[in-house]
Ligand binder design. Structure first.
Ligand code: DGL
Length: 281
């Protein structure tokens, strides 16, 4: 069991920001990742649909064999965390609770901004989690649906991108937030631009990176971690799958994770199932 990988899922590239943190903090752990690029973005879909897709991705990872599941997607977390925690025989980690805790810890003026997809913001899960922990915080939630397509279409460095980010974050600047939760795992890919717009005095919280602290705690608690000797590190594996275009996904992933030899396997959505045909050859 301890040698099994940790499973990560997202609608596309976003969860790779969480994987990057896992590779940094937990280098002995093997990982397996699936991005549902064929159906991204999830953020503007009804949560019932996001729930259905997230469960399909989970079933795919379970079939491969994982010891822990990270829903490396805020929208997926809002839609399914409770249910998956109830149903799954392994520990399930979402990204919203960890991000909320971190924001409470660092804010000094109790004005917390949260940016996320329409689905995440309309679920008000950040607001609820923060309120349940600390009742003197004001949470300013804002959906910024233009951000995910910028990442998925790899327009991060376009001139227009800075303009969009500036426009969409203005209300939060007016709210005088001193802490801003990046409540979508795609947003750390726009971190520099977001920081520039908000100003250096605003602390950005990466919800996905915070979730890896939780993964680390749970690995210890359930005695599921691989040991930290060098042999284990060398034998840790990584596998990447996408429902979208494999080459495109590989190109992005190689750059982001700085691993020029990394490969990505394309998988196919058939009805309610996600199938890896490379396994059946
Ligand atoms: N990265 C995901 C999130 O954290 C989903 C973004 C999307 O597909 O809209 O919410």
């Amino acid at each position: 069991m301890r040698d099994l990988p940790i499973g990560f899922l997202d609608s596309g590239f976003g969860g790779l920001t969480v994987v990057k943190e896992s590779l940094k903090q937990l280098p002995n752990e093997s990982i397996i990742y699936i991005g549902d690029s064929a159906r991204a973005p999830y953020g503007s879909r009804p949560l019932s649909e996001v729930r259905q897709y997230t469960k399909q991705l989970t079933a795919f990872l379970m079939e491969k064999g994982i010891k822990m599941l990270v829903i490396a997607c805020n929208t997926g977390t809002a839609a399914t965390l409770k249910e998956l925690r109830r149903e799954m025989p392994i520990p399930v980690v979402g990204v919203i609770h960890a991000g909320s805790r971190a924001a409470i810890k660092v804010t000094e003026n109790q004005q917390i901004g949260v940016i996320g997809t329409k689905g995440t913001v309309e679920s008000h899960l950040y607001q609820k989690v923060i309120d349940a922990k600390e009742n003197n915080m004001t949470v300013h939630e804002r959906a910024v649906p233009r951000f995910v397509p910028i990442v998925e279409e790899q327009r991060i460095n376009d001139a227009e991108t800075m303009h969009i980010i500036n426009e969409d974050l203005q209300p939060l600047k007016e709210n005088n937030v001193d802490t801003l939760v990046l409540g979508c795992t795609h947003y750390p890919l726009l971190r520099n631009q977001i920081q520039r717009v908000m100003g250096e005095h605003v602390i950005l919280i990466d919800s996905g990176a915070e979730a890896i602290n939780e993964v680390s705690t749970l690995l210890d608690y359930f005695n599921l971690g691989r040991s930290s000797d060098d042999n284990q590190k060398n034998s840790a594996t990584q596998a990447y799958y996408t429902t979208g275009d494999g080459e495109d996904f590989a190109h992005f992933t190689r750059q982001w994770l700085n691993q020029p030899d990394l490969t990505v396997q394309e998988v196919v959505i058939r009805g309610d199932e996600i199938i890896d045909y490379s396994n059946e050859k």
